[in-house]
Design a protein around this ligand. Sequence first.
Ligand code: HEM
Length: 180
Amino acid sequence: MKGIINKGIEELVEETLGQDKWKEIKEKAGCDEPFFSASEDYPDQMTLDLAVAAAEVSGLAIEDVMVEFGKFWISNTGAKAYSAFFNLAGSSAREFLINMDRVHRQVTRNMKNARPPHFEYEELPDGRLLMHYQSERKLCKVLKGLILGVGIYFGEELQVKETACMSEGDPRCTMEVIFL
Ligand code: HEM
């Protein structure tokens, strides 16, 4: 996974729990990287170990850490690192989400070993957006947090419900997004 994800975990922990807890989490996860470079590749297992250690140290369930990470990443780590994409990718939560398949392909085009998520969309007549997600990493809990984070970024209230999940045997995860 690209370093921009681990960097997001670091920033979230430092901001909410402080630097000492971040040191403790890194030690627990057996991670001795002095810092994370945004476009460099790190093992997926390292990201998972950091998330598990963050759950242990914070007392939160791992799923909640993933959702909190996603909510935080958009307005903080992501918006800082990719300001150009944030400025161009839409002026509402709906527009931004619908652009995310294209944005991931563009951003990772020149990144070696990148494996971006793939999204397909269905816009329902009643205004709901179905966002279908495919990735061998199956990070739908992070995806839920990221969608909520997009709502926070645009100052919009959203509801997100997962209606199909790869971990339960479905071919892809589906997030139903309701714009309130
Ligand atoms: C302009 C905004 C964004 C940029 C530049 C961006 C960029 C990236 C990059 C570079 C990765 C790492 C890919 C890899 O390691 O191969 C990633 C992962 C990911 N992104 Fe984004 N992202 C953005 C916003 C979003 C949003 C809004 C969502 C969902 C609503 C999203 C969903 C994900 C997920 C779920 C992953 C984990 C990888 C996986 O599922 O396999 N991203 N993103």
